[in-house]
Design a protein. Structure first.
Lengths: 236, 236
DNA sequence: TCAAAAGTGTTAACCATACACCCATGC
DNA sequence: GCATGGGTGTATGGTTAACACTTTTGA
């Protein structure tokens, strides 16, 4: 039994961050949404798959903690993360009262080598349609992270991170469809993203396979920065 | 100096909840959005105004902690609260590393007597346009709570809580305008809320003042439960 | 010449917005 | 009879959504 040198006047719940990091993999014609999981090397739930994450350190900002845990457990050195919510239901962690802050992100999976360390015995991408049983309430957290991502993607195309410098509209569409889990009308999709002005034609064509070559485009971050559209939904 | 009997192997940040509770007050023709603040009776920031809130207890769920703190410090026994976000920027609390989970809610201010207790020396409603200087980073938290509420109100009319059993459409509209901080077209407003089906005509008329009496309506929760509309905004 | 993906326009339905006049009442 | 707020309808412009055929290439 270790000494327990950190003492407080009142009991304190533990605070963790958990990261729901997605990528997209596979052939263009059949992209699959994948999520990064680790195999736990520590009790509880040792040997089970779980979201990467862990305890927030003293005076560590929440997003920093998420990035650190992600790097420590999976080797992924950076990602754009967004907070989903804080969850602290009693009983969700068998170690006691633990509140977790959930982050979600999207990353190009093939640009980084996975490297499990620390509390993780393994780290790999899982197809979201073929998930193993997850530790704690991580199945629930994952679900919420995914819904958050899909909502955000409907507001703005958050997915340029996943594409090479230049890309075709079909690639952008396939990516979007993989994340949303639904197919989109090609003509409508093209018209809309071109109106939006986030992208501009780039030099060259992508020629591959026995068919007409495709125009390459690049992302125009300046246009992306300012959202011109109002997110109106209901009455007013 | 008190003893500090709660000891852990690793340092733990404190976890608080803070509640941004709004109400609407004043004449129908000039409703004002107000927020509930307490005057702190404990250091740090003793004597300063702050959002009600406090430390989460062991094995206490986050929403339960928010309700408890609200009741303890202001005497308001219940409210519909929604989580806004968790904030844990180092340095935001002079007592050390404290992560707070912010909740926002709306309540009918005149239905409950305010009663400051515990860490609060006073509790009162402040007009959101005439706020005092706030403790900690509470000005920022309040701002985020308000934006969250306004976003939600544009999705669905969250404000039936604030109205009596039966109400007129003008009352509903005045309320909505007070929260959004903008005026709305009367005909469009009426058409939309009636299409939505959340309300139904009730028996009777409201007759007051030298003008035509107004039809009373009541809230229909069953219809309210299912949102029929898709919150589409961008391309897809 | 065939298969496979790229590329392109139009239409109809719906939704948001703007706007002006009569009605019922109390004083 | 007038001041006050209650109540109503329509026209316009923009957005969404559905839909099919031609083009270019490699094999």
């Amino acid at each position: 039994m270790k000494r327990k040198p950190y003492c407080y006047e009142w009991p304190r719940p533990g605070v963790t961050v958990d990261i729901v990091l997605f990528t997209v993999a596979g052939a263009l014609s059949d992209l699959r949404l994948q999520v990064l999981l680790i195999e736990r090397n520590e009790p509880p739930w040792r040997g089970q798959w779980a979201l990467p994450g862990g305890f927030v350190r003293e005076n560590e900002d929440l997003p920093a903690a998420a990035l650190r845990e992600l790097e420590e457990e999976t080797g992924i050195p950076e990602a754009l993360l967004e907070q989903v919510e804080a969850v602290g239901t009693p009983g969700r962690d068998t170690r006691g009262h633990v509140i977790t802050v959930v982050y979600v992100g999207l990353i190009a999976g093939d640009r980084h080598q996975l490297r499990a360390r620390g509390d993780a015995r393994a780290a790999r991408w899982f197809d979201v349609r073929e998930l193993p049983t997850l530790a704690f309430d991580h199945a629930e957290l994952l679900e919420r992270g995914l819904r958050h991502l899909q909502r955000r993607l409907r507001e703005e195309p958050v997915c340029f991170e996943l594409l090479p410098e230049t890309f075709t509209l079909s690639e952008l569409q396939a990516l979007t469809e993989a994340i949303l889990g639904q197919t989109l009308d090609r003509r409508n999709f093209r018209r809309k993203v071109q109106e939006q002005g986030f992208i501009a034609p780039a030099q060259g064509m992508r020629r591959q396979g026995g068919h007409r070559p495709a125009q390459l485009y690049r992302f125009v971050p300046e246009q992306f920065a300012r959202h011109p559209r109002r997110p109106r939904t209901m009455p007013f």
